[in-house]
Design a protein around this ligand. Structure first.
Ligand code: NAP
Length: 449
């Protein structure tokens, strides 16, 4: 029935994702062949240990520990080993033979994407990586192809399921960060070493990839400002809730024009307050979502499973079918475009809003002293809530901080937009001010409605 010769597919890795890719390739072979116009022939699976027991039952004869040999003679190589070495060398080897490569390896694409894309371009091969950001959610292709005629202004992404699970537990169940992390680990959402997730490193790599595609600019991962969720306290979560916000770890990529008129881009990752009415606020558990604002399209939201073996396999297979179709029908590969080459601005240059939670001495004139610090830094206050500290019910006691009693009061201060540089200097000055007892929380507010 099929006139075209089989497309030879080599798979590197048979872990959570690779084993599902192999299973679907074998089980759905006829349907995939019909979609491609040629059979997809799985020629082998390279792993470290060919005798290891696997969750998915796959033909033993497909396994090899000689990845290089498997690559030679392949039309398409799927890299699902993870890490930089030997994945980078193997991808480079595959491209040097003219093979197309599909990968889910965000660490590798974020760190070495440009040189690998260059290599692919030189040989007319295609390197695709839909699964590298937000697992099953189609976001790379929409940004690169569907929105190619539009101008993306901003991306706000919940791109790390582990941290979203933890923050969601803290918000909905009142768990501490430690409790929520322990549950995330027990349920398999978090790795034994959770640093990459809770430290924001995983989201940082994804932000670099998203910003590069959206703004047609090479964005080195080191230029993405990164803060994780390790300092988030249940108190901050409760304060956020009371003020109508949820705390989310966001990957933010946006076009920015500085006060000096410099047009650039900002890519940053930090926990931020999101209004409960914002679509991102309803992203619960380990799910991911990417909210895109484009000039003509307006607001778009991409939502779904950000990880999981079978879910991620869907994105990998989408890239595979696309590359295989090109093999059958011809045509140039899709290159990465970095023509805009915009400067990546430092986080200090962007404009944002803060919510500052400050414990102050409860004595006359305190509010005036604090207000003066704001004015010294050119930041104006948009909201002010005041509570007495240590009151039995925690109820608000309006006017109390300036009322002259002993003890302390807590001020929850929302600022108007100002530069990050001014806001962080303000937060430092408030912490050092003799009227303040301690700053218990500083969070940015993102995703204005
Ligand atoms: P995994 O479960 O750890 O599996 C890795 C596989 O690669 C294993 O089969 C391993 O062989 C093989 N491998 C590792 N080093 C090798 C080497 N030096 N030579 C030969 N084989 C080697 O990883 P995964 O979770 O499937 O993730 C794969 C990729 O997908 C990563 O880049 C990850 O970031 C990305 N990704 C994963 C998810 C997810 O939900 N898991 C989501 C999005 C993206 P053995 O089995 O013999 O040890």
């Amino acid at each position: 029935m099929n006139q075209n010769r089989p497309i030879r597919v080599a798979l590197l890795g048979a872990g959570s994702v690779g084993s599902q890719v192999a299973r679907i390739l074998l089980e759905n072979a006829d349907e995939l062949a019909a979609r491609v116009g040629a059979p997809l022939l799985l020629t082998g699976i390279a792993v470290r240990n060919v005798d290891a027991k696997r969750d998915v039952d796959l033909p033993k004869e497909l396994f090899t520990d000689d990845a290089e040999r498997l690559i030679l003679g392949s039309d398409i190589v799927i890299e699902l080993m993870g890490g930089i070495d030997p994945a980078k060398g193997l991808i480079s080897l595959a491209l040097s033979t003219g093979a197309d490569v599909v990968t889910a390896n965000k660490a590798l694409i974020a760190a070495h994407g440009p040189e690998l894309f260059d290599q692919a371009r030189r040989v007319g091969a295609q390197l695709t990586y839909e699964a590298a950001v937000a697992g099953a959610i189609p976001i790379i292709r929409p940004l690169r192809d569907s929105l190619a005629g539009d101008r993306v202004e901003r991306i706000l992404g919940i791109v790390n399921g582990t941290t979203n699970f933890i923050l969601d537990r803290m918000h909905t169940r009142g768990d501490s960060l430690e409790e929520a992390l322990r549950i995330a680990t027990d349920l398999g959402y978090a790795e034994a070493d959770p640093t990459a997730d809770i430290g924001g490193y995983d989201a940082q790599q994804k932000a670099a990839i998203l910003a590069s595609i959206a703004f047609h600019t090479e964005v080195p991962v080191e230029l993405v400002h990164r803060e994780g969720i390790t300092e988030i306290t249940i108190e901050q979560i409760e304060r956020a809730k009371a003020a109508g916000f949820v705390v989310k770890l966001l990957a933010i990529c946006e076009r920015v024009t500085t006060s000096d008129g410099v047009e650039g881009i900002s890519a940053r990752v930090y926990p931020a307050l999101v209004d409960t009415q914002h679509p991102l606020a309803s992203v619960h558990g380990g799910n991911n979502a990417v909210f895109v604002q484009a000039q003509a399209a307006g607001d778009l939201m991409f939502y779904g499973a950000g990880a999981g073996g079978v879910e991620t396999a869907s994105a990998v297979l989408g890239d595979l079918v696309s590359s295989a179709r090109r093999r059958v029908n011809g045509g140039p590969g899709l290159g990465e475009s970095t023509h805009a080459d915009l400067p990546v601005l430092e986080v200090g240059e962007i404009t944002t809003r803060y919510q500052i939670i400050l414990e102050v001495h409860d004595r006359p004139g305190v509010l005036a002293e604090i207000a003066k610090v704001f004015s010294d830094f050119g930041v104006s206050v948009s909201t002010l809530e005041q509570r007495s500290t240590g009151s039995a019910d925690g109820a608000a006691t309006p006017g109390h901080a300036d009322g002259g009693s002993e003890g302390g009061a807590t001020l929850v201060i929302g600022t108007h937009a100002a530069t990050e540089r001014a806001l962080s200097a303000l937060a430092e000055a408030l912490a050092a001010h003799e009227a303040s007892r301690r700053v218990t929380g500083v969070l940015r507010v993102e995703g204005a409605l």
